[in-house]
Design a protein around this ligand. Structure first.
Ligand SMILES: NC(=O)c1ccc[n+]([C@@H]2O[C@H](COP(=O)([O-])OP(=O)(O)OC[C@H]3O[C@@H](n4cnc5c(N)ncnc54)[C@H](OP(=O)(O)O)[C@@H]3O)[C@@H](O)[C@H]2O)c1
Length: 272
């Protein structure tokens, strides 16, 4: 498989880095970025091929990853349309909010398109991506898409494209929710007298430890919570405050707001 990345920014760097770390041959990877300095950086860092523009990159690979901002997907798709049509390439778009039907239309015909929503922990190979394949994607192309996205973390397939908005709301935006909770814990710890440094490191290690326990243990999350909540103990008192303030209602509202915004962005960027 030869893979061409169009856009060599943060997400492309993490996907390329992940593929190479997984043993993928750098000689089968190419990237196009409009910034010459960025092209040189990528060539030096990964020893991959670089191309000056999107059309040249599309000529390199039978799998083309659109790793560009949503606002430029239409223009790039139109630039590579004839090449993609003649090569019958697989297109993988990681651009937030852009629907497969819009990408197909801009590419000028029926095209195999996978839409993926990764998240920033991909930068440390700990990402979570939701994937959707349009009906023209073959099982071999599905595997190719999964190989690419799995290079930066885990993947979950959606059978309905609308659910990519829910993925965006949960795991796409999710790191920021956890960062926000961590900021609050850090501040509250300092208010109780901990130094900033102590509050910071205790918060981070607790977040990591809780996630690891939940990932690696056999118990569900609620059971894990119950097992650290002794009756009359400190955790019970802390959790009581969260329940009184209806933490479920807060996160329901958070996810609904993000989901609504994802739909709105698809409408804003998807037109002709
Ligand atoms: N970062 C995330 O957490 C995340 C999560 C999920 C999805 N995504 C999606 O992933 C996509 C890429 O995000 P990113 O964070 O990697 O963005 P980024 O760092 O801005 O990377 C995009 C790169 O593409 C370049 N570019 C722009 N137009 C181009 C063209 N016509 N041909 C070739 N290269 C071009 C940009 O150059 P200039 O900077 O000079 O314009 C930039 O280097 C976005 O659509 C975003 O929605 C990102």
């Amino acid at each position: 498989m030869k893979i061409a990345f169009i856009g060599g920014g943060n997400m492309a760097v993490s996907l390329i880095g992940g593929l190479i770390a997984d043993g993928f041959d750098a000689g089968n990877l190419a990237v196009a970025d409009i910034d010459k300095a960025q092209r040189e950086t990528l060539a030096k860092r990964f020893s991959i091929h670089v191309r000056d523009n999107a059309a040249e990159a599309a000529t390199f690979g039978d799998t083309v990853v659109l790793a560009i901002k949503p606002q430029v997907v239409k223009q790039v798709a139109q630039e590579i349309a004839s090449i993609v049509q003649s090569r019958k390439s697989l297109i993988i778009s990681i651009a937030a909010g852009i629907r497969t039907t819009d990408i197909e239309r801009w590419l000028g015909g029926e095209t195999a398109v996978v839409r993926a929503m990764p998240n920033t922990p991909a930068l440390v190979q700990c990402g979570a991506s939701g994937l959707f394949a349009n009906p023209r994607v073959t099982s071999q192309q599905r595997e190719a898409a999964e190989t690419i996205l799995r290079a930066t973390g885990l993947t979950v397939w959606m059978d309905n494209e609308e659910l990519i908005n829910a993925v965006t709301a949960l795991s796409g935006s999710g790191p920021a929710y956890f960062f926000r909770v961590m900021e609050s814990l850090e501040l509250a710890g300092q208010e109780l007298g901990l130094s900033q440094q102590a509050a910071h490191i205790l918060t981070l290690q607790t977040a990591l430890g809780a996630a690891k326990l939940a990932m690696e243990g056999s118990e569900d999350i609620a059971s894990l919570r119950q097992s650290v909540t002794s009756p009359g103990g400190t955790t019970e008192q802390g959790l009581r405050v969260l329940e009184e303030r209806d933490i479920d209602a807060i996160f329901k509202a958070v996810l609904h707001a993000a989901n609504d915004r994802a739909k709105q962005l698809a409408d804003d960027w998807g037109g002709d």
